[in-house]
Design a protein around this ligand. Structure first.
Ligand SMILES: [Zn+2]
Length: 392
């Protein structure tokens, strides 16, 4: 298999069942050595560092001498707030379980764990977010080349987007945090997007502020497009949430042609009822990646280890795949790797879900014959166990 670029400068870590990193500070001088290791040790999990080190196997951390680091954004379906009725909550205290999302067990009040299951609708939304990050921000605003950016399915709940470029190599933690804040729209500041007061044009009884037009670059253009879109759709709810008063929303929508005409030319109406902050709020509220979409701390962590692509994820049995064409990629079809020979498992609970081009479930307290890849997935999710009634 193919190792990460500059493999000799990476730290590797391997895990065993139930423990993602059991041993770290490993290093390999080349791909051949890595493959040899994989063949002889067959680790349950293998991860490598986003950082490049002079002495990758040295301990403690400081002795490794960090030379630089890839920029890696992480998207996990549950972390980005995409919930699904197909998810399962399980109470490990009393054994109660059910579908959907809950914080506490209704029977005993203990905290529950949430296990996510394949949901095509959520998968599409997650891919849209990844696509927005890649196209709008990495290739668009930041100007990285296609060859600098790669997308991997993590093998579990989401995607990792890697940027490998001289431009990010030496960025420190705080610069990485700023990048995340930029893409999620947390860093939008209206005072930098608008200029001075100008006449709006004839027949307009108030003044305008000079600002971005829909074709402007970066967030200013994104803001103009989202405001125009809100006006054209007559999205009352969004305008109210952005901070406008009800009667001002009415006035705005009643004259929407005039306003969209002005904003389309980069002239922003400036009466008192439309504070500039409102326009920035609309951009924030409609941002392709919300404030929670990307975990800032993990994305800024230059010391972390990340799943090696093309290896099996120990929890799901799915392969952490390099994604060539995101639009046609379906992890629950394309990342299935284990055999489909039938095994016997006792399933506590599972929704209806699709895995490897077949549909399974819903199940509740059943002993079943299932393909190994499905059994493994359910056991990894903690909703099933091997059954002793196995026919073998
Ligand atoms: Zn309980």
């Amino acid at each position: 298999m193919e190792g990460p670029p500059e493999i000799e400068k990476r730290e590797f870590g391997v895990g065993e069942y139930g423990r993602k990193i059991a041993r770290r500070h490993l290093s390999f001088e080349d791909e051949r050595k890595l493959n040899e290791f994989l063949r002889t040790e067959a680790p349950f999990y293998i991860s490598y560092s986003v950082g490049y080190f002079k002495f990758p196997s040295a301990t403690p951390m400081e002795n490794k001498v960090l030379l630089g680091s890839d920029l890696v954004f992480e998207f996990d379906a549950d972390e980005v707030g995409l919930l699904s009725e197909r998810d399962v909550w399980m109470c490990d205290s009393c054994g109660e379980a059910g579908f959907g999302y809950r914080l506490k067990c209704p029977k005993c009040g203990s905290s529950v764990r949430i296990e996510i299951f394949p949901d095509p609708e959520r998968e599409e939304k997650l891919k849209e977010m990844v696509d927005a990050l890649v196209k709008d921000f990495l290739l668009g605003d930041f100007g990285f080349g296609r060859e600098d950016v790669s997308v991997n399915f993590s093998g579990n709940r989401g995607y990792h987007i890697h940027v490998r470029s001289e431009a990010v190599y030496e960025l420190d933690k705080s610069a990485r945090i700023e990048l995340v804040e930029y893409v999620t729209g947390q860093a939008i500041e209206p005072q930098y997007m608008f200029g001075g007061v100008v006449p709006c044009g004839k027949d307009t009884p108030f003044l305008c502020v000079e600002g971005p037009s829909p074709s402007s670059a970066g967030w200013p253009g994104r803001m103009a497009r989202s405001v125009l879109n809100a006006l054209e759709r007559g999205d009352r709810d969004l305008l109210l949430r952005a901070g406008l008063k009800r009667k001002d929303v009415d006035a705005l929508l009643a004259n929407r042609e005039r306003y969209t005409g002005l904003i389309g030319r980069g002239r922003w109406p400036a009466p008192k009822m439309f504070p500039l902050e409102v326009w920035a709020n609309i951009a924030r509220l409609t941002a392709p990646l919300s404030g929670h979409a990307i975990d800032t701390q993990t994305s800024a962590d230059i010391h972390r280890l990340i799943r090696l692509p093309d290896t099996i994820h120990g929890t799901t049995g799915l392969v952490a795949r390099r994604v060539k064409d995101l639009s046609s990629f379906n992890p629950y079809r394309d990342a299935v790797a284990l055999p489909s020979k039938e095994v016997t498992v006792r399933v506590r609970i599972a929704p209806e879900f699709e895995l490897g081009k077949r549909t399974f479930g819903p199940f509740r307290d059943e002993i079943l014959q299932l393909p190994l890849y499905v059994a493994y997935y359910l056991i990894g999710r903690g909703v099933a166990e091997w059954s002793l009634d196995s026919t073998e």
